[in-house]
Design a protein around this ligand. Structure first.
Ligand SMILES: Nc1nc2c(ncn2[C@@H]2O[C@H](COP(=O)(O)OP(=O)(O)OP(=O)(O)O)[C@@H](O)[C@H]2O)c(=O)[nH]1
Length: 932
């Protein structure tokens, strides 16, 4: 009892009246009683409190939306697109060449001994690639950044990122950012798997920070027999295939050519007279960007502005298989074009064919005894051999000799002056080396040139030895990184990758294989077609001619050419075609011909061998001639003779009188007088189809318009679906996109552009090729030969095939010079600020030039106050003199372009570059300056 009293009594449980438990209980109670529970207590909390605020929010959302939208970029590509440029960039010795070699091998099964200059390959029926290795030279990096459609940034994984990679990234940012992928090599140098995983992860995150989250980084884990593993190369190739090209503003508005071949066509006499004379060159390459008009001004990066002396469209050296007759990718030689790498046996020029024979495969016929005379004289002497040798000794062609000789009608002697000149020149050439003072001096100079190239090699070695590692502050806390699995297929932007393309490519590959098998089986069956026989007999020549013939056939007939021969406007291409079509079956060409045949010829092409054609005025249609040896045929005209049935003849005459079918009509059908443009119709067709042509035209136009409308509708729909996909808005009503059910302004603009493009195409398609080129220029994707006169001799003398040559078209007014103003900011990597009037080298548009900037800042009162130095972390204005460019063009500038002169002063951890952000009319531009 006492104990019980002493114990404290149990307190009854106090039900909580507030707090989360009480709330839960009350909600449960309410539910039990069937009362609905509304979680959102204050229903007005998210409503419009203030009209002003709501208006502001709406405004803000609309502005954000408008900023997101871009004006649709006009695609000026008609027909076949030029090859996709893949620039492989990285510091020295990281494996750039090996990556290119591996990819080329993967695509074409060809081995490239050396990567020199662009290598063009056909990957599938629709895709071609041009691989370019970017040298470690800031000039080359700038030029490569201007032409790259995809940049493969190769990084030595065992060492980490180096400055070259980030320099290149920053240059690309100002010149229009193309697609970018990273490739990590030298990963086999890691012995510790854990360390390798950490490094990979760390480098990937660094890469993402610099480019964008999810940017693709590939790992090439090592070498097998000196090559990357086929599986990894295959995966890399698959990703390269699916990349979609990105249209960039500057490039779509300017034509440009990435040169894959250069020839010096200066007259040799001129060079002999003065080795440092200005040279004439021809450059070759695919036209990109937009149409190129004749007589357009071009800029050769690092050389200067020139007016093009001649432009010719050449046969595509690496055509897509769909362009030719053959199906599939059978001929391996056709898939590959790398003239500077010295691969491929035949190179076709406008007026010459170059045959490349390796020196070890050829035995030169000059087995002379030093005197220029053949050794085997006398009986065993081969006349053919002598003839060949005499041809080899010939200095001048017959034409040249004829040009130089003087025909004297009244005396037997030729002009003494021309003869002596020829003799003197012959004597000059036949002199042995070293016997003449002039040739001696020439040799000296060659030696000097030789030494300078040596000098080039040294420069490369300088550049290759020093590594400039990129170290970031965040790199220090490596432990922060979680050890995560490697995301092989991280995140894909559908705008960047085109997986349908990959499927196509895959199927193409299969088709290629199939095609190859087919041909093999065909020939195995013993029924090879004519084409195959040609292939065997004439090697590449028949393949070369095939596309030219195709061009000739596609040409519309030009009456001027038919009557008067090639017009003055005609380009050398026409002559080529004349030559080609001479071989063809041109004899069938007639002025007056049955309409059916005329159409057939229009579809098939144009034969222009008019000179050899038969008399046009006599119309003979051999196709309808009857074989009079046949008894039945003879019987059919029996009634026309006195011995036949005359009643039938009377009936026939009656029919003719009433416009019935006559035999002549049957024989000749419709035909068109090409000279007068008059169309003659048969009696049959006069009745039934008087307006047939008009109907046909109307039908064609109607069909075209329908097609246009369908296309525009499809585009609009796809845009709409894209917008809907992008739309993460859950319908709060603030985002105008959620309300955009109807096609917006951008969609309408796209539609209008598409319709204009189609209309232009329709108009141009009706013209013949020469007129179209005169009016619209050469189309993108054409393989062009540009002849440029009076370029500085250094361009030829110090030509390095590894250094890209960029020829860019100059728009109207872009060759005018004046003052330009830009906004700029010092890049975060650079320690120093820039001083006013310190010369800088600017890369803007296609050009690179030196100028003197004056920095200024805009005060509050709107006045511009000159600055002696650029601010540390702020934008300022820069005014400089130079060739004008359109507003919003990105530019990059350097204080020093030389790769070898300052490297000795740069420690590994210092950043030798600084980038200054420039914005001009809201767009962001950068200025990149190399630290002295
Ligand atoms: N161990 C190893 N060696 C590699 C790897 N990738 C490339 N190499 C070697 O690195 C050397 C340089 O390769 P290249 O392809 O010539 O490199 P590069 O970047 O073209 O060199 P430069 O043209 O001099 O700038 C070659 O001997 C390659 O075999 C790799 O992943 N692992």
């Amino acid at each position: 009892m006492a104990a019980d009293e002493l114990m404290p009594s149990h307190r009854s449980h106090r039900t909580p009246k507030s707090g989360p438990t009480a709330r839960k209980k009350s909600e449960l109670d309410k539910k039990k009683r069937g009362i609905s529970v509304d979680k959102q207590k204050n229903l007005k909390a998210f409503g419009v409190k203030s009209v002003v605020h709501a208006k502001k929010a709406k405004h803000h959302a609309a502005e954000k939306e408008q900023k997101r939208l871009h004006l649709p970029k006009i695609d000026r590509n008609y027909g076949e697109a030029p090859p996709f440029v893949v620039v492989v960039q990285g510091p020295p010795g990281v494996g750039k060449s090996l990556v290119i070699k591996s990819l080329v091998k993967e695509f074409t099964k060809q081995n490239v001994p050396e990567v020199r200059g662009p290598i063009t390959i056909v990957q599938g029926k629709q895709r071609r690639f041009q691989f370019v290795e970017c040298p470690n030279d800031i000039n080359a990096m700038v030029d490569c950044a201007k032409v790259a459609d995809l940049a493969l940034l190769v990084v030595d994984g065992s060492y980490g990122f180096e400055m070259e990679t980030f320099e290149f990234l920053n240059i690309m940012q100002v010149h229009g950012f193309p697609r970018v992928m990273g490739v990590l090599t030298h990963l086999d140098k890691f012995n510790d798997v854990k360390k390798l995983r950490k490094t990979k992860h760390h480098l990937k995150h660094r890469f993402w920070t610099e480019i964008y989250h999810g940017a693709k980084l590939f790992y090439l884990s090592g070498l097998i027999h000196g090559k990357y593993t086929p599986r990894e190369v295959h995966n890399l190739a698959r990703f390269v295939i699916v990349i979609k090209p990105q249209p960039l503003t500057w490039r779509t508005a300017h034509p440009y050519v990435l040169v894959d071949r250069l020839e010096d066509v200066t007259p040799p006499e001129k060079v002999q007279m003065d080795k440092k004379c200005d040279r004439n060159i021809t450059v070759f390459g695919y036209l990109r960007g937009c149409n190129f008009k004749k007589r357009m001004k071009v800029h050769i990066a690092g050389v200067g502005d020139f007016i093009v002396a001649g432009v010719t469209a050449l046969t595509d050296p690496c055509p897509l298989p769909s362009a030719g007759k053959k199906k599939g990718l059978r001929d391996r030689d056709k898939l590959f074009y790398a003239p500077m790498s010295g691969i491929g046996d035949l190179v076709y020029d406008k007026d010459a064919v170059y045959i490349n024979i390796n020196s070890h495969q050829v035995q030169y016929s000059k087995t002379d005894d030093g005197k220029g005379e053949p050794t085997n004289k006398g009986k065993g002497r081969d006349v053919g051999e002598d003839l060949v040798k005499s041809l080899q000794n010939t200095k001048y062609s017959v034409d040249e000799k004829l040009d130089k000789t003087f025909i004297n009608f009244f005396g037997k002697k030729t002009s003494a002056s021309s003869e002596t000149k020829l003799k003197a020149e012959d004597a000059y050439h036949s002199l042995p080396e070293g016997s003449d003072s002039e040739s001696q001096s020439g040799d000296d100079e060659e030696d000097i040139v030789g030494n300078e190239s040596e000098m080039k090699q040294e420069t490369e070695i300088h550049g290759g030895r020093l590594r400039r590692k990129a170290i970031f502050k965040t790199d220090l806390n490596e432990d922060d990184f979680e050890e995560a699995d490697d995301l092989e297929l991280d995140s894909y932007d559908p705008d960047t990758y085109d997986f349908e393309e990959a499927d196509d490519a895959e199927s193409d590959d299969n088709e290629v294989e199939d095609g190859g098998d087919d041909s093999a089986s065909d020939s195995a069956d013993g029924e090879p077609g004519d084409y195959q026989i040609d292939d065997k007999d004439s090697g590449n020549i028949s393949q070369w001619k095939a596309p030219l013939k195709e061009i000739a056939r596609k040409k519309n007939p030009n009456l001027m050419q038919i009557v008067y021969g090639a017009s003055s406007l005609a380009t050398p291409l026409i002559n080529e075609n004349h030559d080609i079509s001479d071989d063809d079956e041109s004899d069938d060409e007639d002025f007056f011909k049955p309409k059916g045949e005329q159409h057939k010829n229009l579809g098939g092409g144009l034969d222009v061998g008019y000179v050899n054609s038969e008399d046009c005025s006599k119309f003979v249609n051999y196709g309808y001639l009857k074989n009079w040896k046949e008894k039945e045929v003879c019987e059919s005209i029996r009634d026309r003779f006195t011995t036949g049935d005359w009643s039938k003849a009377a009936l026939r005459d009656k029919n003719l009188g009433t416009g019935g079918e006559g035999e002549d009509d049957e024989l000749y059908g419709d035909f068109e007088d090409l000279e007068t443009g008059e169309k003659h119709k048969s009696h049959e067709n006069l009745e039934s189809g008087a307006n047939e042509n008009e109907d046909e035209d109307a039908e064609v136009v109607e069909r075209r318009l329908k097609k246009l409308a369908r296309r525009a509708k499809f585009d609009a729909e796809s845009n709409k679906s894209e917008l809907e996909e992008d739309d993460n808005d859950k319908g709060d009503g603030n985002n105008p996109r959620s309300q955009a059910d109807e096609p917006g302004y951008a969609d309408k603009l796209k539609e209008a552009q598409e319709i204009t493009k189609q209309r232009n195409e329709l108009e141009y398609n009706d013209l013949d090729e020469e007129t179209r080129i005169e009016l619209a220029g050469f189309r993108t994707g054409t393989y062009l030969r540009l002849e440029i006169h009076n370029v500085p001799y250094e361009m030829v003398e110090f030509f390095d095939p590894c250094h890209p040559i960029l020829v860019g078209g100059i728009g109207f007014g872009e060759d005018n010079v004046g003052y330009m103003q830009a906004r700029l900011k010092k890049h975060r990597w650079h320690k120093k600020v820039l001083k006013t009037r310190d010369p800088i080298i600017v890369s803007i548009g296609w050009r690179r030039y030196q100028t003197i900037p004056v920095f200024a800042i805009e005060d509050r009162n709107g006045r511009h106050r000159m600055l002696k130095y650029t601010p540390e972390h702020m934008h300022c204005l820069a005014s400089f003199w130079g060739p004008l460019v359109p507003p919003n063009t990105g530019f990059v500038a350097f204080q020093n372009l030389s790769n070898n002169q300052d490297l000795a002063h740069i420690s590994v951890h210092s950043a030798p570059l600084f980038i200054v952000t420039i914005s001009c009319n809201c767009s962001k531009l950068f200025l990149l300056v190399r630290n002295p």
